[in-house]
Design a protein around this ligand. Structure first.
Ligand code: SF4
Length: 416
């Protein structure tokens, strides 16, 4: 155990994971770091702008958009020679629905000019209840948005208040109606389980309420108490009023059962979709494929370099000036082939499809394959991993439920 993972370079497919790392990115992530307030569980890189501001009125947002556009303009188009353009774009945050329609259009136009946008590109944006109207949805769809990730989180006002969310349940319904009336036809719902004071009955109720609205996609997250958040100051993990491990597992199994019954495919640890509606952008991350990243706190992964931008606006602007002066060179260390393989294994195992045996054989040395086999053996015995004829995958629900501990123990067993 613990032997160094090595690439098998002789095989025809041997370079596939490495080669995909150096392929031109087909995806771009754009970070919009503004929120009305900070939710009590959130440790994302954001700026709080208060309950009244939005892209139309906030000078801070206007300045940020100008910086973002400069970063996009300065970033080399790695797909120019190969005629590769962007196939997915994701506006995440923060609360990107605080942008005005004109600002969103401007950023998309710069991306199109710099990298090209495929005709059938998936262009997603995160939108939170209480931060948009029906007119804005129409403007966003008119600008090219094809997919909306809707931050509902819970269907009980008392739980939304516990989380410090800046909207009510009534606003969820109102906002959702606007999305539908404006013609949005690919909507993903975000829900969180394991909240303080949340009972299983409330969780079932939230799932039922979300399913009744018939979104095409649902992301179900398990609360993680991140350091330096309000929750970290208030609560102790697995201690009342937070659920213990058993109840948290119950929440997870409950979600899978209800969503499967409602016809959703559980295609990734936390993600469920009606057939044909899985998120193409997130596939880029789970497949460990390259992507551009823009904006404060955003990570990019291209040319083997994984790079995270500074997490405050002041530092981001300082970094941007240097980046511009270096003609868009990142100067970040290249991910080693060992790390690349480990990362790819960890990410791919989050997908229900798992990793094909042929792909494993093509990318891992026989020693590494043996190590993987041995590290997985205890989990196979428990029925958490299926080492099948065609592919290796976590089982659903138990393997997915314990994915964190399985993946971290594989990581420890396989890292050099
Ligand atoms: S809306 Fe999202 S990004 Fe903003 S504070 Fe809440 S959880 Fe964090």
């Amino acid at each position: 155990m613990g032997s160094k993972i090595s690439m098998v370079t002789a095989d025809a497919m041997a370079e596939s994971w490495m080669a995909q790392t150096y392929a031109p990115p087909r995806s771009a992530y754009v970070h919009i770091p503004f929120c009305r307030r900070r939710c009590f569980y959130c440790d994302f890189p954001i700026s709080v702008i208060g309950d009244r501001q939005s892209g139309d009125t906030s000078p801070a947002i206007a300045r940020y958009v100008a910086h973002l556009c400069r970063e996009i303009d300065a970033t080399p188009n790695l797909g120019a020679d190969a005629g590769v353009s962007l196939e997915t774009v994701f506006f995440g945050g923060g609360t990107p629905s605080l942008l005005s329609g004109q600002q969103l259009r401007q950023i998309l136009e710069r991306l199109r000019e710099q990298f090209g946008l495929a005709d059938a590109a998936e262009i997603s944006i995160e939108m939170d209840p209480g931060t948009f109207t029906q007119d804005k949805v129409r403007e966003f769809l008119g600008a090219g948005i094809t997919r909306i990730s809707f931050g509902a989180q819970a269907f009980q006002d008392e739980l939304l208040a516990v989380c410090g969310r800046s909207h009510s349940v009534a606003e969820i319904y109102q906002a959702y109606a606007w999305l539908q009336e404006a013609g949005a036809d690919h909507i993903s719902f975000d829900l969180i389980c394991g909240l303080p004071h949340q009972g299983l009955d409330q969780w079932q109720e939230s799932l039922e309420a979300a399913i009744a609205l018939k979104p095409q996609h649902l992301s179900v997250y398990d609360l993680i108490v991140e350091p330096k958040t309000v929750f970290a100051r208030r609560y102790e993990p697995e201690t009342d009023p937070l659920p213990d491990g058993e109840l948290a597992a119950h929440f997870y199994r409950q979600a899978i059962a209800q969503l499967q019954t409602a016809g959703y495919e559980h295609y990734e640890v936390s993600n469920h979709a009606q057939p044909g509606y899985s998120c193409r952008h997130n596939q880029t991350y789970w497949q460990n494929r390259p992507y551009y990243g823009f904006g404060m706190g955003a990570t990019s992964y291209s040319q083997g370099q994984r790079f995270s931008r500074p997490r405050t606006r002041v530092d981001y602007v300082k970094w941007l000036e240097t980046y511009l002066s270096q003609n868009g060179q990142l100067n970040a260390p290249v991910v080693s082939s060992n790390d690349l393989i480990l990362e790819t294994l960890m990410l791919r195992l989050r997908l229900a499809a798992g990793i094909s045996r042929a792909e494993l054989a093509a990318n891992l040395s026989s020693q590494a394959l043996d190590d993987l086999h041995r590290a997985i053996a205890p989990y196979r015995k428990r029925g958490w991993v299926d080492w099948g004829e065609d592919a290796v995958r976590l089982t659903d629900p138990e393997g997915f439920l314990f994915s964190n501990s399985i993946l971290s123990s594989l990581f420890n067993a396989l890292e050099p």
